[in-house]
Design a protein around this ligand. Structure first.
Ligand code: ATP
Length: 309
């Protein structure tokens, strides 16, 4: 496999005191989309900035297309596209002028009209940047990142502030870029975005990667759930459900299990045997959102224990 991004034991501290990134390791293969997820302040942007070559690491390192992105910035910069959280372009220029100005700094840029069309901003080409809506500005940031026909694209929360249709359009565009062989490193707070686009992902929390793998692998580490409304008083007690955790709050019963099919079969056989009607019955595998929330709370308690020790 051809690793385009390699991050090894990366550390980043601010002012030599606060460790924002505490030894992060992952790699991204050519043509793959890797999503970096995490709680606020987890260290995603701090990690991304080192990989983009905008800051040196405090320890460990990153390689992009075989180069050190900070020390060999001149070799890496022309081959990557960076969409920052805030582009910060001058407000008085029009969209077209802004893109043309940026294109002027690149060696083999895409035609400006093509880049604007890709992000569906062609109809707004003659509007001043300061008159754009928040979502349109985000799309202009993306167009700028695409102007240099990057081999590696960094997208830092690319669809924040976009309406549902624009988000879908952006997803379609990102998929097209992936099909053309572009490698993408994405950060997002939208778990549906990661589910939709990511080949693999990592969840960061307090400067560390706490889960990584495909969406299916990360979700598989989470138990599935069976829920139903509690039966009338006097109903027969639930059977033994090996390996499952049963939570009965007096109104509803929730069963957490790693073996959904077996546990559900046990529950259904029990219900049929005792002629119990299970109202509002539902059985579902975990979602990425559940995995994310569980990971965040697990590690919060671990850190609290560490601090108390
Ligand atoms: N320039 C800086 N100086 C000092 N601390 C910083 C600086 N930039 C970020 N931090 C701190 O480093 C930690 C990680 O921040 P970072 O922006 O990398 O997180 P993030 O995962 O991108 O968060 P978010 O999801 O909120 O964008 C935070 O505690 C933040 O306050």
């Amino acid at each position: 496999m051809d690793d385009v991004i390699e991050v090894s034991e990366l550390r980043r501290s601010y002012g030599g005191e606060f460790d924002a990134v505490r030894g992060v390791t992952f790699s991204v293969r050519r043509g793959e989309l890797f999503a970096l997820l995490g709680t606020n302040g987890a260290g995603k942007t701090s990690t991304l900035e080192v990989i983009e070559g905008l800051a040196p690491p405090s320890g460990g390192g990153a390689r992009v297309l075989g180069h050190d992105p900070y020390r060999e910035r001149a070799s890496v910069r022309p081959r990557i596209g960076v969409m920052l959280q805030q582009g910060g372009f001058p407000g008085d220029l029009t969209v077209r002028e802004t893109a043309a100005m940026w294109a002027g700094t690149l060696s083999a840029p895409r035609p400006v009209a093509d880049a604007l069309e890709m992000v569906v901003l062609d109809a707004r080409a003659d509007v001043a940047v300061k008159q754009l809506s928040g979502g349109e500005r985000r799309r202009l940031d993306l167009a700028m990142a695409l102007l240099g026909r990057p081999e590696v694209l960094f997208l830092d929360e690319p669809t924040t502030g976009l309406d549902p249709e624009s988000r879908r359009n952006t997803w379609t565009l990102v998929r097209r870029l992936l099909d053309d062989g572009t490698t993408v490193l994405l950060t997002t707070h939208y778990l549906d975005e990661a589910e939709e686009l990511a080949d693999r992902l990592a969840i960061m929390h307090h400067g560390r990667i706490v889960r990584t793998g495909t969406v299916a692998e990360v979700v598989a580490a989470q138990p599935s759930t069976i829920t139903f409304e509690r039966d009338a008083p006097g109903a027969p007690p639930l059977p033994e459900l090996p390996g499952a955790l049963v939570v009965d709050d007096g109104r509803a019963v929730t069963v957490h299990t790693d073996t959904l099919q077996e546990t559900l079969t046990d529950v259904m056989l029990w219900a049929r045997h005792h002629e119990v009607v299970l109202d509002q019955l539902s059985a579902r595998t975990a979602s990425l959102e559940q995995a994310f929330l569980a990971v965040a709370s697990e590690n919060t308690s671990e850190l609290a224990e560490e601090a108390a020790a």
